[in-house]
Design a protein around this ligand. Structure first.
Ligand code: KDG
Length: 318
C-alpha cells in the first residue's frame, strides 16, 4: 500500500553554472523541483511507497518531470495528463556573498493550475497512511485552492493523516490572502509544519516557537505542530509535550529544498513507527544532508541519515 501521497506542482528548475548570471548564462542545468514532490522523493528514498499527484502537459517537458521522479522511486501513476497547458519552470541563480540567490518563476498557466478534484483518483489518497501538500498549492489558482481543500478533507475523513507545510511564497501571493486560504484548510490538517517566520509574517503569531506552537494547536486543534527556526533548530508539540531538536552541521552546497527534506525525513520516520522526538531527529538529519547536494531533492538513504544522527546525536541546539 502507498504509505504517503503528496500533491502539488513540480516545475523544471533551470540554473546557470555557479558564478554565472541568469541574464548572461549560455547553459542551464535542468532538474525537476517542487516542494511536494521533493517530500515524496525524500520519503521514497528513505524506504516508503510514496506517490505524487499532479497534472502535467503531455509533452517532453512533462514526461521529463515524471521520469526524474520515477528515478527516485516515486509512484507517478496518479498524474493527470493535459494537452492544453504548459509546464511550469523556475530559474535559479545561485548566490554567493554578497550576491543573493535569485529565483524567477515562469509558471503562470501551468497544467496543474487547472487540476480539478474530479480528475483525481481520491481512493489512493483515502487508502494512504499519510497525505501531504503545502501552502504553495492553493496559491497557484482558485481551482487548485478548491482541489486542495477537497483532497485534504477526503483524506482526513478516511483516516489518512494529513500534513501541511505553510511554505509561504511572497512571489505568489500577499500574506492576507495566504492566511485566509490557510485558515480554510486548517480544519482538515493533522500535522502542521510552520517556519517561525511564516507563522509570524502571515498568521501574525508572536512569541517564541513554543508559544507559537501552543497557540496554533489550541486554536486549530492540530494533532502535532512542528515549528522550524532555521539555524536555531526546530520544535514539535504533540499531546501537550514539547520536543526540541538542534540542527546538524552541514557544508551548504545548495539550500533549496532543505525544508522539504526536513518534512520528508519527519514523515518517513513517523511512518516507520518512530515517535515525535525520533522523527524530528530524522527530519533535521535529512535536511542537513540535503544541503550538501545540488538540486531540489535529498538524494539520501536511511544509512546516510543514521550516520548523521550517530555522529552528532541531538545536533547543535543554539
Ligand atoms: O522548497 C523548494 C521549492 O521552493 C522549490 O522546489 C520551488 O516548489 C517550489 C516553489 O513553488 O517555490
Amino acid at each position: 500500500m502507498t504509505t504517503l501521497v503528496t500533491f502539488g506542482e513540480t516545475m523544471l528548475r533551470l540554473s546557470p553554472p555557479r558564478g554565472e548570471r541568469l541574464e548572461t548564462a549560455r547553459e542551464f542545468e535542468v532538474q525537476a523541483g517542487g516542494a511536494e514532490s521533493n517530500v515524496a522523493v525524500a520519503a521514497a528514498r528513505l524506504g516508503h511507497d510514496a506517490a505524487w499527484f499532479s497534472k502535467l502537459p503531455d509533452s517532453p517537458l512533462g514526461r521529463r518531470v515524471v521520469g526524474e521522479l520515477r528515478s527516485h522511486g516515486v509512484d507517478t501513476d496518479g498524474v493527470v495528463w493535459d494537452d492544453d497547458h504548459r509546464q511550469g519552470l523556475y530559474y535559479l541563480e545561485h548566490g554567493v556573498s554578497p550576491r543573493p540567490t535569485n529565483v524567477v518563476y515562469d509558471r503562470a498557466d501551468a497544467a496543474v493550475t487547472t487540476l480539478e478534484t474530479d480528475e483525481l483518483g481520491l481512493d489512493a489518497v483515502r487508502e494512504a497512511d499519510s497525505c501531504y501538500t503545502s501552502g504553495i498549492t492553493p496559491a497557484l489558482s482558485e481551482t487548485l485552492r478548491n482541489t486542495t481543500a477537497d483532497v485534504l478533507a477526503a483524506a482526513q475523513e478516511a483516516g489518512t493523516t494529513t500534513a501541511f507545510d505553510l511554505n509561504y511564497r511572497s512571489k505568489l501571493w500577499e500574506p492576507e490572502a495566504a492566511a485566509d486560504a490557510y485558515r480554510d484548510l486548517f480544519d482538515s490538517i493533522d500535522v502542521l509544519f510552520a517556519a517561525q517566520r511564516d507563522a509570524e509574517a502571515v498568521l501574525g503569531r508572536e512569541g517564541d516557537a513554543e508559544t507559537i506552537a501552543r497557540g496554533l494547536a489550541a486554536d486549530f486543534d492540530f494533532e502535532t505542530v512542528v515549528v522550524t527556526r532555521g539555524a536555531e533548530g526546530s520544535l514539535a508539540l504533540t499531546d501537550g509535550e514539547v520536543y526540541e531538536q538542534g540542527v546538524y552541521e552541514a557544508e551548504t552546497h545548495d539550500a533549496i529544498g532543505t525544508g522539504d527534506a526536513f518534512v520528508g525525513g519527519f514523515l518517513a520516520k513517523r511512518l516507520d513507527g518512530g515517535d515525535v522526538a525520533e522523527s524530528l531527529q530524522w527530519a533535521a538529519a535529512t535536511a542537513s544532508f540535503k544541503r550538501t547536494i545540488e538540486g531540489d531533492v535529498a538524494v539520501v538513504t536511511p544509512d546516510d541519515v543514521e550516520r548523521v544522527v550517530a555522529a552528532e546525536g541531538d545536533g547543535i541546539s543554539r
